[in-house]
Ligand binder design. Structure first.
Ligand SMILES: [Zn+2]
Ligand SMILES: [Zn+2]
Length: 264
């Protein structure tokens, strides 16, 4: 396996691809990597497993796995910066709780504020996209777009320079999440999104109506494919269970026949 990997890396690394060059990097295969790979199955149970699977993991490997994962998870939860609504934002900060043995937190609060760069904003500042009120959706003033303007976001320097209380609300959710939410709502009401909804979504996400329609079609087809896969899974489970009943039935018939043949 090692030799095959090496040959593959040697062949593919540094070969041209389009206008670029492919760079291959060797992944870790040391003892720690092997252990982490082994732990992966248990970690998936810890994070996404059913209640009974988690219970089983806790009973079978309490100290080695379950509590080890739990410890890391709790540490992460304690330091996670809350209220970041987007799925793409993940930030950790110091908790400064004296009762916990966190080396950096125990140093206490800094006298000076930690900034991203000299004269820049605090490290807690997240450069989320803020819609530019001067270049809104369908802007007539916009000099950047030839034809229809789908709106722009403020330049970062301007966002930093403007006080947060004077800024318009940032886009905390990516467009697909906004569109998915609206699509779900319409589906609950047993209706399709109409042209008014599409235009409203386009304004909310700074996209063109064509782009929103493309997202709607894509999200709808993903949902349909998932539903079809779930139905196939259900059907196959039902088939398996029927086969089991049929086999059990056959076995019962055979036993009955043997019993009768012995009696008669
Ligand atoms: Zn802490
Ligand atoms: Zn524009």
């Amino acid at each position: 396996m090692e030799a095959a990997l090496q040959v593959y890396l040697d062949r593919v690394n540094e070969i041209p691809f389009g206008s670029s060059v492919i760079k291959m990097y060797r992944g870790a295969t040391d003892q720690q990597a092997a252990q982490m790979k082994q732990e992966r199955t248990d970690l998936q149970v810890f994070l996404r497993g059913t209640k009974s699977a988690k219970k089983e993991l806790k009973e079978k490997k309490p100290a080695m796995q379950y509590h080890h994962f739990e410890e890391i998870w709790n540490l992460c939860e304690r330091h996670m910066v809350k209220n970041l609504s987007s799925a793409y934002d993940f930030a950790l900060g110091t908790c400064y709780e004296a009762e916990y043995n966190h080396p950096i937190c125990q140093r206490g609060r800094r006298a000076d504020e930690l900034v991203l760069y000299t004269g820049g904003p605090s490290v807690q500042f997240l450069p989320l996209p803020v819609p530019d009120p001067k270049r809104p959706w369908r802007s007539k003033e916009c000099k950047n777009c030839n034809g229809f303007c789908t709106g722009h976001f403020m330049y970062l320097e301007k966002v930093v320079a403007t006080g947060s209380s004077d800024l318009p609300a940032a886009h905390t959710y990516p467009p697909n999440t906004v569109i998915k939410k609206s699509l779900k709502k319409a589906q609950k009401e047993s209706r399709d999104l109409n042209s008014g909804d599409v235009e409203e979504l386009a304004k909310q996400t700074n996209l063109s109506t064509e782009d929103v329609e493309m997202w709607v079609t894509h999200l709808d087809s993903v949902k349909k494919r998932r539903q079809a896969a779930a139905t196939r899974k259900q059907k196959s489970a039902r088939q398996k269970s029927n086969d089991k009943v049929a086999t059990t039935g056959n076995e019962f018939g055979r036993s009955l026949y043997m019993w009768w043949s012995r009696v008669l």
